[in-house]
Design a protein around this ligand. Structure first.
Ligand code: XMP
Length: 514
C-alpha cells in the first residue's frame, strides 16, 4: 500500500488532449486524488485501482478516424460515474450508440453555452454562461438513455447525460479557467455524482509519504544530490523528515551557480533544517574542465562529466548507501509513460552515474505537479524565496556565458543576474514569468561613462513566459521595469556599458542561449 491508495481515486484516461494535465490539477485542487493513465489501459488494471470515477480526456483525433484512440467499452459497465470531455464525450456518444459528425463550423475559444439547470452537473449555475470550446466534430445524436443538457447555436448537443447510469459528456472544457463555471461542474461530478468526500490534502500527503519512505528505507541510509532548486530541496526535506540524519545531501558547488547560492543552500539545509550536508567546492575543477571550451555542446558535456565525477566521488566515500533520492515530478512520469517505480544505475538529474554505483531510487514527488511541490515545500516550512524559485538549468551560468567560461566572466554575470532577480521581484514580475535572467554574450561595444570612452561588456536580458519550457514567448515587460534593470546593471557594474532585450520566442530560439 502506498500513500495514494489510502485515498479516494479518480482515473483520467488520456486520449492525447492538450489539457489532460490541467484536468488532473483541477481535480486535485478539489482535494480528490487522481492519476492519468493511457487511454488503452486494460480494464482489469483500471478496476484494480478501485476508482471512484473516471474522466475521459479530450484529444486531437476524430472518433471516426482509422486509428482513433478507443478505450475498452466495458469502462461504461464498471458502475462508476464517467465524465467525457470533448473527444471523451464524443467517444462516449459513439461507443454507447449515439453518433458524432463533422460540425459545419468548429468552435474555438470562449463560447456562450445554454445550460439545463435540471442537470445535476449544472445545478445552481446560470442558464447561460461562457465556456471554452476547441472542436471541429460534434455529437449528432445522443445514445439511448441520454438527454441533451447544454447547447450552442453551432453545437446543439454541447452536453449530454444519463443520470441513472451517472454518465456525462461535455463538449466544452471545464478544466480551462475561461470556462467560468468549470470548477462548479467538476465539483458536482466529483461530490454529487461520484460521492467523493475530498480526502486529498497536503498535510495528509506529508504524513502518508513519511510513512512510505520509512517503510521503504527501513534502517538503511539515503543520499540526495541537492541542487538548491525547488524539486531536490522539497524531496530532500521530506525524506529528512522521514529518516532524519540517515539522509545525507551532497551539494556540488560548481562555481557556475547564482550569486550566494552555495551559502544560501548551506544556511537553509545545514543550519536551519540541521540536515547532514556535504558541500563540495568544486569550482576549480569545473573551471579547469571548461578551459578553452567554447562550443556549447562540448561545454555542456564538460560540465555534466565534472558533475558526475564529483557526485560519484562523494558517493564512493560514503560507501554502502543503497538509496538515492530524486525529485522526479509527475509530468516526467506521465511523459515516460510509466508509473512503475524503477531501480537504476544512473538518473537523469545526476545524468549517468558509473556502473559501480547502483542505487534504488526514492522519488517522493513522482505523483505531484510543480505547483503541488511548491505547496508541499511551504507545508514543510521551506523559505518562500526557495519555494517560488524559477527553473535554473543544471549547467548553470556556464550556458549563459558565450565563449569561454572563466571565473571573471561568471563574476560579472552573477552580479548582473542578481540585479535582474532583485528588480523582477521588487516590481512583482518575478512570479508572473517562467524565467528571467541575464546572459553574457561576450560582445564588447563602445560607450561613454562620465565623459570617458568605454569599451565594455553587453548584457542580454532574457524574460520568457511558458507553461512547460517546451515553447516560450518573450515577455512584454513594462518599459519602466526594463529601464530600471538597464540602469541598475550599467550603473552598478563597471564592466558593462550596454543592455539589450531578447525579443525572440521559442521556437525559433531556445530559452537558454546555449
Ligand atoms: P531551452 O534552452 O532548451 O530550455 O529552451 C528549456 C528549459 O530547460 C531549462 N534547461 C535545462 N535544465 N538542465 C536542466 O536542468 C539542462 O541542461 C537544461 N538546459 C535548459 C531551461 O532553463 C528552460 O527552463
Amino acid at each position: 500500500m502506498n500513500s495514494t491508495t489510502r485515498h479516494e481515486l479518480l482515473l483520467i484516461l488520456d486520449f492525447g488532449g492538450q489539457y489532460t494535465q490541467l484536468i488532473a490539477r483541477r481535480v486535485r485542487e478539489l482535494h480528490v486524488f487522481c492519476e492519468i493513465m493511457p487511454f488503452d489501459t486494460p480494464l482489469e488494471k483500471l478496476t484494480a485501482r478501485n476508482p471512484k470515477a473516471i474522466i475521459l480526456s479530450g484529444g486531437p483525433a476524430s472518433v471516426y478516424a482509422a486509428f482513433a484512440p478507443v478505450c475498452d467499452t466495458a469502462v461504461f459497465e464498471v458502475g462508476v460515474p464517467v465524465l467525457g470531455i470533448c473527444y471523451g464525450a464524443q467517444l462516449m456518444a459513439r461507443l454507447l450508440g449515439g453518433s458524432v459528425e463533422h460540425a459545419p463550423a468548429g468552435e474555438f475559444g470562449k463560447t456562450t453555452v445554454k445550460l439545463d439547470e435540471t442537470s445535476s452537473l449544472f445545478r445552481g449555475l446560470p442558464a447561460e454562461t461562457s465556456c471554452w470550446m476547441s472542436h471541429t466534430d460534434r455529437i449528432g445524436m445522443v445514445p439511448p438513455g441520454f438527454r441533451t443538457t447544454a447547447s450552442t447555436p453551432a453545437c446543439p448537443i454541447a452536453a449530454m447525460e444519463n443520470p441513472d447510469r451517472r454518465q456525462y459528456g461535455v463538449q466544452f472544457h471545464p478544466e480551462v479557467v475561461h470556462t467560468s463555471v468549470g470548477r462548479d461542474i467538476l465539483q458536482h461530478f466529483l461530490f454529487d455524482a461520484a460521492g467523493c468526500s475530498g480526502d486529498w490534502t497536503m498535510s495528509g500527503f506529508v504524513d502518508d509519504a513519511i510513512q512510505d519512505i520509512r517503510s521503504r528505507v527501513g534502517h538503511e541510509r539515503a543520499l540526495c544530490a541537492l541542487s538548491g532548486g525547488v524539486d531536490s530541496s522539497v524531496a530532500a526535506t521530506l525524506v529528512h523528515r522521514a529518516i532524519g540524519d540517515r539522509l545525507t545531501c551532497v551539494f556540488v558547488d560548481t562555481g557556475l551557480l547564482r550569486a550566494g547560492e552555495g551559502d544560501r543552500v548551506e544556511s537553509v539545509f545545514h543550519c536551519r533544517f540541521d540536515m547532514p550536508l556535504v558541500r563540495m567546492d568544486a569550482s576549480t575543477r569545473f573551471f579547469a574542465s571548461l578551459k578553452g571550451v567554447t562550443e556549447p555542446e562540448k561545454k555542456r558535456k564538460a560540465i555534466g562529466a565534472a558533475f558526475i565525477d564529483c557526485f560519484a566521488e562523494q558517493a564512493r566515500a560514503m560507501q554502502g548507501i543503497p538509496f538515492l533520492v530524486q525529485g522526479t515530478l509527475y509530468p516526467d512520469v506521465i511523459e515516460s509513460g510509466s508509473s512503475v517505480a524503477s531501480t537504476i544505475k544512473s538518473h537523469h538529474n545526476v545524468g549517468g552515474l558509473p556502473a559501480d554505483l547502483s542505487f534504488s531510487l526514492i522519488e517522493p514527488l513522482r505523483l505531484l505537479f510543480k505547483d503541488e511541490v511548491r505547496d508541499l515545500g511551504r507545508a514543510l516550512g521551506l523559505p518562500e524565496e526557495l519555494v517560488d524559485r524559477q527553473p535554473f538549468p543544471g549547467p548553470g551560468l556556464g550556458i549563459r556565458i558565450l565563449g569561454e567560461v572563466t571565473p571573471e566572466n561568471v563574476d560579472i554575470l552573477q552580479r548582473a543576474d542578481a540585479i535582474v532577480e532583485r528588480v523582477m521581484r521588487a516590481s512583482g514580475w518575478y512570479m508572473k514569468v517562467w524565467q528571467s535572467f541575464a546572459v553574457l554574450p561576450g560582445i564588447r561595444t563602445v560607450g561613454v561613462k562620465g565623459d570617458e570612452r568605454t569599451y565594455a561588456h553587453t548584457i542580454a536580458l532574457r524574460v520568457v513566459e511558458s507553461s512547460d519550457g517546451m515553447t516560450a514567448d518573450w515577455v512584454r515587460l513594462p518599459a519602466d521595469v526594463l529601464e530600471e534593470i538597464s540602469h541598475a546593471i550599467t550603473s552598478e557594474l563597471p564592466e558593462v556599458n550596454r543592455v539589450v532585450y531578447d525579443i525572440t520566442s521559442k521556437p525559433p530560439s531556445t530559452i537558454e542561449w546555449e
